[in-house]
Design a protein around this ligand. Structure first.
Ligand code: GAL
Length: 389
């Protein structure tokens, strides 16, 4: 009989090439495929965002687990780091959930979505904001929450959750918003119109506005903005954060009232702000939208669906939903569109769709790439992904 130790040695010997293969460095992006970290495990950072700090990229995202409860926060917010954007090292849990049944806002079983981290040059602190739903309340809480750390990878200290702007009207509120209450009932046939007209803006005036899908954007002058789906996901609110990025100022605007925009992602190019969002269909993908303005707080103009490709790709954004737009360091005007291909029945298996953002007639556009590198776009950048060269 062969000794157990011999069998083990043989297994290791046979398995070694497979492991080596798995841990081989990545040299390209393969959207939608399993994306392994430097330990060979599928990256677990969904609804994420990336911060570049001192020569490294840090990817923060939702840590998901398998099965039906997999979209709940059972562990916390993950952090990975990379020097080249292809190979990501697991830096562990940047913000752990609080103990189950502790009653804490971020207790195990709450919903923590779309975490984004920004760096404050004045306070030298890393500030994380995320969408928070309190445990056992479905998506009713509609809060945004903030945590802070002196170290980019954390651990982040949880500060508070809130509904933004209690008692404050947006800068573009009209007189009738302030003086003519709009009554809306659950089954009101004019529900959508009344909500677009500001029924929930008024309803939530005292207690604070709803805040669900969100992102952050730091401008060149250091001003940070919080952009979120509000008013029952019907209208975006863009808010200025305080200088330390830890609170909301009183400055905010409503954007695209009744537009049903979710999953906002923002970048800036040549003095213009661009936004890519999704429509409102939960975990199911839908057609992306894009918009531009030269002022974050006013003048947003719709630019239409940024996807170029087949009807199926256009109507589902390559079966994904936007989460962030990542400026590539050292490559002028190169941006990566980051999106999630959700797997609600087994969330940990969700996939990442990273595609190079291109420009066509001043509009951001996206085309499918089976596999690409940061250099493969060099020739094509600025042209339509479908233009033949
Ligand atoms: C999506 C949203 C996700 C998550 C999901 C829940 O529309 O973008 O972040 O909240 O709904 O159904």
């Amino acid at each position: 009989m062969m000794k157990l130790s011999h069998i083990l040695v043989m297994l290791l010997w046979v398995g070694a090439p497979a492991i080596a293969q798995q841990l081989k460095a990545h040299t390209s992006f393969k959207p939608g495929q399993i994306w392994t970290d430097t330990d060979g495990k599928h990256i677990n950072a969904h609804g994420g965002g990336v911060l570049y700090h001192k020569g490294r990229y840090y990817w923060f995202g939702e840590h998901k687990v398998g099965g039906r409860d997999g979209n709940k926060a059972m562990v916390g917010v993950s952090c990975y780091s990379s020097a080249d954007l292809y190979n990501w090292k697991n830096e562990g849990i940047a913000l752990p959930v609080a103990a189950e049944n502790s009653g804490a806002d971020i207790e195990k079983g709450a919903v923590i979505e779309r975490p984004k981290v920004i760096y404050n040059k004045k306070t030298k602190q890393f500030v994380m904001w995320f969408h928070l739903e309190l445990k056992g309340q479905g998506y009713n809480a509609a809060r945004t929450a903030v945590a802070v750390s002196d170290k980019v990878t954390g651990p982040y200290t949880y500060l508070r959750s809130l509904r933004p702007h209690p008692g404050v009207w947006p800068q573009n509120a009209t007189n009738s918003h302030k003086t003519e209450p709009i009554a809306v009932a659950d089954k009101d046939p004019e529900w959508e119109q009344k909500v677009a007209a500001g029924a929930f803006l008024q309803r939530d005036f005292e207690g604070g506005q709803m805040s669900r899908d969100m992102t952050l954007f730091v401008d060149e002058d250091g001003t940070a903005y919080h952009i979120a789906s509000s008013e029952e996901n019907r209208t975006l609110h863009i808010s200025k954060l305080t200088d330390d990025y830890l609170e909301f100022t009183d400055e905010y605007v409503r954007v695209f009232p009744g537009g049903r925009n979710e999953a906002p992602a923002i970048f800036k190019k040549n003095g213009n702000y661009y936004m890519i969002t999704s429509g409102l269909t939960g975990w199911a993908p839908n057609a992306a939208r894009s918009a531009v303005s030269d002022n974050m707080m006013a003048g947003w103009k719709e630019l239409g669906n940024p996807v170029r490709g087949t009807e199926g790709q256009k109507s589902t954004t390559f079966e994904s939903q936007s989460t962030f737009i990542l400026p590539v360091q050292g490559k002028k005007d190169m941006f990566i569109f980051m999106a999630d291909r959700w797997r609600p029945e087994n969330p940990i298996d969700g996939r990442y769709i990273w595609l190079p953002l291109q420009f066509e007639d001043g509009k951001p556009v996206l085309g499918w790439q089976e596999e690409w590198t940061l250099n493969s776009g060099d020739k094509k950048r600025g042209k339509s992904p479908n233009s033949s060269e």
